[in-house]
Design a protein around this ligand. Structure first.
Ligand code: GLN
Length: 485
């Protein structure tokens, strides 16, 4: 039995029936990591020794009858984006600014993973401070797409996506501010689920744009992202923006497709969408229609504002959030003779080009002379975009779009062209700005053997229903062949 290919629910069932133990799962995962990680480069830190210790401890705990009942993620090896604070491992956020930084506490999401019986294997590579769509803005190295090592896995959570795609872990954690889980999920052929804003506590997630940041899981099945979501979601006294609404638990059952109203906003299928992506979306919609769904063509007229709106608001919030990296409180401190010089030298040495670009833009759009023209205007655009969703969900149960306009692009192709890089998230930005849940599912391969992702978007607080629909759509498609590594 190849334990690295199994979903979490099957691994857990095997533990319950004592067909294998946690140590066997962990040994299999570590052997797979040793085999493929040198070519994929998904991890910034690996914690093999502590993972083996945790496996032994969990096996001992599972000796007690029914112990597993309280551990919904028992035996799940998890890779965590290096943007989450962890006591046991460094937290760099992909930046030289935090090289060697050790957080004094665990993020709520990490705490809840471990409380559910999951085991942390390591911290994954990312674009610096989660700014980017290719993982090439990591200050350390670029991660490679397991389906084609000359291409990007997407970003910014590219390390987590690649780890799951390459069978180095069945599930992983990322953060999605404008698409950073859905887009890499699409490019690497895995499932990436961004819950609605506030569903999972952000406590301990290094802040990028606080009104957009969402903790989001990757897995190879909808059922597995659902299990992780259920374990993580819910109020948290340490994050005042975590929503109070109850999270519906229980086994996930695929929704009937008959009679389902599937909205297709035409603005997402413009000329920037590659033919292979458009064809895969059309093929998926045809399967839904054949299963009895009603496909509705609709318009979300403010979609085109999402790019400009996001690239004003996210840098504005980032410029404020990143002010804390001043050489005094965290990580790097550059030598200098006086305080202001030290701030400047530290920020110059610690931040990469993309982060500096965002800080400059953010500071500019918030500056006294321009705040009304840019920041306030972008806030108004955000309200219009959110309104498009309210109107669309009056007519349909779910929205279907491409996740990314293109399949995985070559490493280096957009690295020095910020505007081309920003295009990668045009389909994911609107749901982020509206704060609604969205999921990317793998629906096939293009002519070059690269995965194509389909995005399903649901209304506010509609996570459960969205996942039920996603499970139904998933079952219409053949599973992707694993990458050959
Ligand atoms: N690619 C987008 C950006 O660069 C989104 C990043 C994210 O979701 N963290 O800002």
């Amino acid at each position: 039995m190849n334990l690295t290919a199994l979903p979490v629910s099957t691994l857990r069932e095997g533990l319950r029936q004592r067909r294998w133990c946690v140590r066997e799962i962990v040994d299999a995962q570590l052997a797979e990591i040793a085999r493929v990680e040198p070519s994929v480069k998904a991890f910034l830190h690996l914690a093999e020794a502590s993972l083996r210790d945790a496996a032994g401890a969990l096996d001992a705990r599972l000796e007690r009858p029914h112990a597993i009942d309280a551990l919904p993620l028992a035996g799940a090896v998890v890779a965590v984006k290096d943007a989450f604070c962890t006591r046991a491992m460094p937290t760099t956020c992909g930046s030289k600014m935090l090289e060697g930084y050790r957080a004094p506490y665990d993020a709520t999401a990490v705490e809840r993973l471990e409380a559910a019986g999951a085991l942390l294997v390591g911290k994954t590579n990312m674009d610096e401070f989660a700014m980017g769509s290719s993982t090439e803005h990591s200050a350390y190295f670029a991660t490679r797409n397991p389906y084609d090592l000359t291409r990007t896995p997407g970003g910014s959570s590219g390390g987590s996506a690649a780890a799951v795609a390459a069978r180095m872990a069945p599930v992983a954690l990322g953060s999605d501010t404008g698409g950073s889980v859905r887009q890499p999920a699409a490019l690497t052929g895995v499932v990436g689920f961004k819950p609605g804003y506030g569903r999972i506590s952000r406590y301990g997630l290094v802040a990028f744009a606080s009104s957009l940041d969402v903790v989001a899981p990757f897995a190879r099945t909808v059922d597995d992202v659902h299990s992780v979501y259920i374990a993580l979601a819910g109020r948290d006294g340490r994050d005042p923006t975590a929503v109070e609404a109850p999270v519906e638990g229980g086994a996930l059952v695929a929704a009937p497709l008959r009679g389902l109203r599937v909205g297709v906003p035409r603005e997402y299928l413009g000329p920037g969408v590659e033919a292979a992506v458009g064809d895969a979306v059309a093929a998926s919609l045809a399967l839904m229609r054949a299963a009895g769904a009603e496909v509705i063509d609709l318009s979300m007229p403010h979609t085109a504002l999402a790019g400009p709106c996001y690239y004003v608001l996210a840098p504005a919030e980032a410029s404020s959030n990143l002010a804390r990296f001043d050489g005094v409180r965290y990580g790097l401190r550059a030598p200098a003779r006086e305080l202001l010089g030290m701030y400047g030298a530290t920020r110059d040495a610690g931040f990469g080009d993309e982060v500096k670009r965002r800080i400059l833009i953010g500071t500019f759009v918030l500056s006294a002379g321009y705040v009304d023209a840019y920041y306030a205007q972008a806030q108004r655009a955000r309200a219009l975009i959110a309104d498009d969703f309210v109107r669309a969900f009056a007519r349909c149960d779910v929205l279907v779009t491409p996740t990314s306009p293109t399949t995985a692009f070559a490493l280096g192709a957009r690295h020095h062209d910020p505007v081309a890089m920003y295009q990668a998230d045009l389909c994911t930005l609107p749901a982020s700005l509206a704060g609604v849940p969205a999921i990317s599912l793998p629906v096939g391969l293009d002519g070059a053997g690269l995965p194509v992702g389909l995005q399903l978007i649901g209304p506010r607080l509609g996570e459960r229903r969205l996942l039920e629909i996603a499970a139904a759509v998933e079952s219409l498609h053949r599973q992707l062949p694993p990458p050959t590594l």
